[in-house]
Design a protein around this ligand. Structure first.
Ligand code: NA7
Length: 543
C-alpha cells in the first residue's frame, strides 16, 4: 500500500487554510496527537492559495483577519493595509506555518478523493488522487465554505478559442489583459473586486451582469507606521470586541432602528458610515436584516449613491439592485466598482434582459443575436458554497452511507460540526455553523477549540468513537432554518447562502444566523452538559 503514514494516525485534517493550520497546531502541539494535513494545492493558504485574481482582497480588516490564539503571531506580523490583499494573506499564513513549525505534517498536492468509515477498526480510511492512502481515528474537514467553483454550463464554450479563467481557480503565473478584449461574467464580491483592476489593463471590458448588486466602498488605505505598535497594546481590547459581537467583527450594532430614527438623523448616520466604508455600514442600525421597511430605506440610500456615481443614466439604472434586500446576499465592499462604469473601455450587459445564447470561437453571442468578440472570458460566477467541497470528498459513514446521499435534501448537521451516521468526522465551518456570516478566523478558532476539547475529553474518558445523535442533529438543523426565517436573509433569490446559485441544489438556508456570540455560548453549554446530543462508544485509546 502506498501509505502516507504506516500506522493509523490520530487525525487527518483535509485542507491547509486558516482552519486546517490551526487544527493541526491544536492537535499536535496542544494535545500531542499524531495528526497530518492533506492539502490539494501546491502550497498552504486554502482559499487564498486559489483566489489570486486581480483585486482579490479580504473584506475583514487586517488586524481582525488573523489568528488570535498565539501572541507571538500577533506581535510579529505587520499588516500594511486596512484590508489585507490576497498576496499578503498568503504570506501571513506561510509565516504562521513556519513560526508554528507545522511544515513536516502538511502533505501538499494530496487531493482527498474518498474517506470511508470502517466500523470494525473504528478508523477512517482515506485515499488521495495521487494514490496515497492512510487511516485515521478522526477525520476533520477544513475545506472552506467557498472552494468548489461554480462554472455555469454555456453552450459552445469549448468552441471559444481565447483564454478562460475562473476567479476561484486563478493561475499562479501573471495573467496580462493589456490590448485584450475581456468579458467578465458575474458581479458578486469577486467580480466587483476584479472588474476595476481588469478595466485598468484591458483594451475593452464587457461586464456581464445577471443580478445587480449592492456594494459599499471599502475605503482601503495603507496603515500608518505606528499601527502595529498601537495594535499590540490593545490586543485584548480587540479580542473582547470581536467576541461580544454577532459576526466576529469588532463592532456591535447600536440599539437603534432605521425606521424609528428621524429621516435627517438616519441620513447623517448612513452618510458617516458610507464615508467610513466597509462591512460596518450595515451594522449602523440594528434592524437592517429583520425589518423589510428599514432595509428598503438603506437599500434606497445605496441606489441613490449608484445613480450619483454612474454618469450614463441607462448604465446606472441597469446597475440598480432591486430584486433582493441589501445584505441578504453576501454584501461586497469595493474600490471604485461603480466608478469603473464611467470608463470608456467598459461596457455593461444585462443578462436578465438579454441572456447568453452560446459561446463561439471569437466570443459570446446573446439571445438577441448580438455578438461580442473577446480574447478572454473570466468566470466570476462563485462557488457551490458550504456543502460542495465537503460532498466532493466522497465520504461514506456507517453502513456505507454516502454523505452526498444523506444531504440529498439539504445538509443536516449537529452544530454545523458533526453529522449523524458519520462517527469521528468533524466539519469546520460546516453548514449549520455561523461561518460565512462572520469574520472567519473568529469562527474557525471557536470551532477548532471546541473540536479539540471534545477530542481531549474522549482521550481522558477512553472513548474511541463519537457521533451526533440523530434527533439532536435534526433539531439543530430545524433551529438553523427557524432562526434564518426570522430574518430577511432567505429572501434573496440567487443567494449562495441558500444554495440557489447552483441548478438542482436543494434550497435551504445553510449558515447559522443567530450570531457567533450566541453560538459560542450554546456550544459551551453542550460541552458542559457532558456533550449532550452526542453518543460516545468504545474503549480504544488514542496515542
Ligand atoms: P458570488 O457572490 O456567488 O457571485 C457570483 C456571480 O456570478 C453573481 O453575480 C451571479 O449572479 C453570477 N452568476 C452565477 N452563475 C451565473 C450564470 N449562470 N450566468 C450569469 N451569471 C452568473 O461569488 P463570488 O466569487 O463573487 O463571491 C463569493 C464569496 O467569495 C464572497 O462573498 C466572499 O465571501 C468571497 P446571480 O447573483 O446569481 O444572479
Amino acid at each position: 500500500m502506498n501509505e502516507i503514514h504506516a500506522q493509523p494516525l490520530d487525525a487527518v485534517i483535509i485542507g491547509a487554510g486558516f482552519s486546517g493550520i490551526y487544527q493541526l497546531y491544536s492537535l499536535r502541539k496542544k494535545l500531542g496527537l499524531k495528526a497530518k494535513i492533506l492539502e490539494a494545492g501546491g502550497g498552504v493558504g486554502g482559499t487564498w492559495y486559489w483566489n489570486r485574481y486581480p483585486g482579490a482582497r479580504c473584506d475583514s480588516e487586517s488586524h481582525t483577519y488573523c489568528y488570535y490564539f498565539n501572541r507571538e503571531l500577533l506581535e510579529n506580523w505587520q499588516w500594511t493595509e486596512r484590508y489585507p490583499g490576497q498576496p499578503e494573506i498568503l504570506r501571513y499564513l506561510k509565516f504562521c506555518v513556519k513560526t508554528l513549525d507545522l511544515h513536516k505534517d502538511i502533505h501538499l498536492n494530496e487531493r482527498v478523493v474518498s474517506g470511508t468509515w470502517d466500523d470494525q477498526s473504528q478508523v477512517w480510511k482515506i485515499s488521495t488522487a495521487s494514490g496515497h492512502k492512510c487511516n485515521a481515528r478522526f477525520l476533520i474537514t477544513a475545506v472552506g465554505c467557498l472552494s468548489s467553483t461554480n462554472k455555469p454550463k454555456i453552450d459552445g464554450l469549448t468552441d471559444f478559442s481565447g483564454d478562460i479563467y475562473h476567479t476561484g481557480y486563478w493561475p499562479h503565473e501573471t495573467v496580462k489583459f493589456d490590448k485584450k478584449r475581456v468579458a467578465v461574467i458575474g458581479t458578486g464580491s469577486s467580480g466587483i473586486q476584479a472588474i476595476p483592476e481588469i478595466a485598468k489593463q484591458a483594451q475593452k471590458l464587457f461586464v456581464l451582469q445577471r443580478t445587480p448588486n449592492y456594494s459599499v466602498p471599502a475605503r482601503n488605505r495603507p496603515l500608518g507606521s505606528n499601527f502595529q505598535s498601537e495594535f499590540v497594546k490593545k490586543i485584548e481590547f480587540w479580542r473582547a470586541k470581536m467576541l461580544e459581537s454577532r459576526n466576529g467583527h469588532p463592532w456591535v450594532a447600536p440599539d437603534r432602528e432605521v425606521k424609528k430614527t428621524a429621516k435627517e438623523q438616519r441620513l447623517k448616520i448612513m452618510e458617516r458610515a458610507w464615508l467610513h466604508g466597509g462591512l460596518s455600514f450595515r451594522e449602523s442600525f440594528s434592524d437592517v436584516l429583520v425589518s423589510a421597511d428599514s432595509n428598503e430605506i438603506m437599500s434606497e440610500f445605496i441606489r441613490q449613491k449608484i445613480l450619483k456615481t454612474v454618469i450614463n443614466p441607462e448604465t446606472a439604472n441597469t446597475l440598480l439592485p432591486k430584486d433582493h434586500p441589501f445584505g441578504t446576499k453576501r454584501p461586497p465592499i469595493d474600490t471604485n466598482y461603480f466608478e469603473t462604469f464611467n470608463r470608456e473601455n467598459v461596457c455593461l450587459f444585462d443578462l436578465r434582459a438579454n441572456p447568453i445564447k452560446r459561446c463561439e470561437e471569437n466570443g459570446i453571442r446573446f439571445k438577441d443575436d448580438t455578438l461580442i468578440t473577446t480574447d478572454v472570458i473570466v468566470f466570476a460566477t462563485g462557488f457551490d458554497a458550504m456543502t460542495g467541497s465537503i460532498e466532493k470528498l466522497n465520504l461514506r459513514g456507517k453502513n456505507g452511507l454516502k454523505l452526498s446521499d444523506k444531504w440529498n435534501e439539504g445538509p443536516e448537521t449537529y452544530l454545523g460540526l458533526t453529522v449523524s451516521g458519520f462517527p469521528n468526522l468533524f466539519t469546520i465551518t460546516g453548514p449549520g455553523s455561523p461561518s460565512v456570516l462572520t469574520n472567519m478566523p473568529r469562527s474557525i478558532e471557536q470551532h477548532v477549540d471546541w473540536i479539540s476539547n471534545l477530542i481531549n475529553h474522549m482521550i481522558h474518558a477512553g472513548y474511541a468513537e463519537v457521533e451526533a445523535d440523530k434527533s439532536a442533529a435534526r433539531k439543530w438543523t430545524s433551529h438553523v432554518r427557524d432562526v434564518a426565517n426570522q430574518t430577511l436573509l432567505p429572501k434573496a433569490n440567487h443567494s449562495w447562502y441558500l444554495g440557489a446559485n447552483i441548478p438542482g441544489k436543494p434550497r435551504v438556508f445553510m449558515p447559522y444566523a443567530n450570531g457567533l456570540n450566541n453560538y459560542r455560548i450554546y456550544c459551551d453549554k453542550i460541552a458542559k452538559r457532558k456533550y449532550r446530543g452526542f453518543v460516545f462508544k468504545g474503549s480504544a485509546r488514542l496515542s
